[in-house]
Design a protein around this ligand. Structure first.
Ligand code: DGJ
Length: 380
């Protein structure tokens, strides 16, 4: 039997390969970072600091709507859908800002880095975002949540606040807290002594009762269905990774501090072969800086820092962008798309997108190289 089949194996492989490729949603159209990306209406996609949810074979891209003069939220969170990650249909405003001046999300608030995940148990779509109250700069530092029964919305705003008030982080030790308690005075900012105090939990302790600050953020759903909220806490000096409740609409109370005093924002995370990888940026406002990379064997750490994953020209400024999300592409075993924003604070609506395929060393370490254009179809 084996002898009979042998000559036709290449024919079968070619046949099924042709069928798989005919069924593939991905097109020959390339991805060109930094250019204008028109949607189905011919308008540049307006979904900044965003993330992508894959649901029932469709990609949904959620992001910040930006206007021509201000980065504040005058519209809300937009949604686009696509089957191939290149052609995007505008699905409208998924979460609208409110006309009520008393609302947390009143028009003119700051609403950044929205991410949406789907909860299989409740059948609801859950959106988290970074919220700053109108007129208060970046001082509120709140995590906000909204839900919907429909992926494209409308999403209903549930509430916002600091995270895990009165709940200890799992990796803060008694020795850390004793160090803070023993401080005679608060060291001058940015001195080694101050960074050491931050690292031991100076701001963690300051914010303990009211909850940890939450600015730049992302969400991650693990293979077991548990979801995590990863955000810049402690005045952007320390990242937190906090487990969400089973319905994804609140925090479970389990969380860790990551890279204390490391001054990271813009976290984006993925998991490959059992290792968690996180790419972040430094904190230089809207200006780009060098990306940072971390890995861990468990979502709760320990997290180890690696060198800047970017290589080549402009690697010291992440090719002009700042990380926002990493998408594992379904049907493409080793394709993880690194997504970043090229901010244009003088004309925020003109901000551009960087999407690059993450490459891997033999030992599995990820790295990035700029590509003028590339095609999803070329990846297995
Ligand atoms: C960098 C952050 O990553 C952005 O989301 C935004 O908050 C800007 N800072 C504001 O300066």
């Amino acid at each position: 039997m084996r002898l009979v089949l042998k000559p036709i194996i290449p024919v079968l492989v070619a046949f099924f390969g042709a069928i798989a490729s005919a069924c593939s949603p991905y097109t020959d159209q390339p991805i060109r970072s930094g250019e204008i990306w028109p949607d189905d209406r011919g308008e540049h996609i307006n979904a900044h600091g965003g993330g992508i949810l894959v649901h029932d074979g469709t990609f949904y891209w959620f992001g910040e709507h930006k206007g021509e003069r201000s980065s504040s939220a005058f519209v809300g969170v937009t949604c686009y859908s696509s089957k191939d990650l290149v052609n995007w249909k505008y699905e409208g405003v998924a979460l609208s800002v409110s006309d009520d001046p008393a609302s947390d999300i009143t028009r003119g608030c700051t609403l950044e880095r929205p991410k949406v995940i789907y909860n299989k148990k409740t059948g609801k779509f859950v959106m988290w975002f970074h919220l700053e109250l109108r007129g208060r700069g970046y001082s509120a530092a709140r995590a906000a949540v909204a839900v919907s029964d429909n992926v494209t919305g409308p999403y209903t705003y549930i509430g916002s606040g600091r995270v895990n008030p009165g709940i200890p982080a799992e990796n803060v030790t008694d020795a850390d807290l004793a160090y803070i308690d023993a401080l005679q005075e608060i060291p001058r900012s940015w001195t080694p002594e101050w960074l050491e105090a931050i690292s031991k939990g100076l701001y963690y302790k300051r914010d303990f009762a009211g909850g940890q600050m939450s600015r730049d953020m992302t969400l991650f759903v693990d293979d077991d269905g548990k979801a995590y909220h990863i955000y810049a806490a402690e005045e952007n000096l320390t990242l937190n990774i906090a487990e969400l409740s089973d319905d994804y609409q609140s925090h479970s109370g389990r969380y860790v501090r990551v890279a204390p005093a490391g001054h990271n924002e813009a976290p984006a995370i993925f998991k490959r072969n059992g290792t968690y990888w996180m790419i972040t940026s430094g904190c230089t406002g809207w200006d780009p800086n060098a990306a940072r990379m971390f890995s861990a064997p468990s979502i709760f750490g320990p997290w180890t820092q690696h060198p800047n994953p970017c290589r080549g020209e402009k690697s010291e400024i992440t090719y002009g962008g700042q990380s926002t999300f990493i998408l594992p592409v379904p049907g493409k075993k080793d394709l993880f798309i690194f997504m970043a924003d090229i901010w244009r604070p003088r004309n925020p609506i003109d901000a551009r997108y960087i999407w690059l395929p993450i490459q891997f060393e033999q030992d599995g370490t990820p790295y990035l190289e700029w590509l003028d254009e590339w095609n999803i179809k070329d990846y297995k």
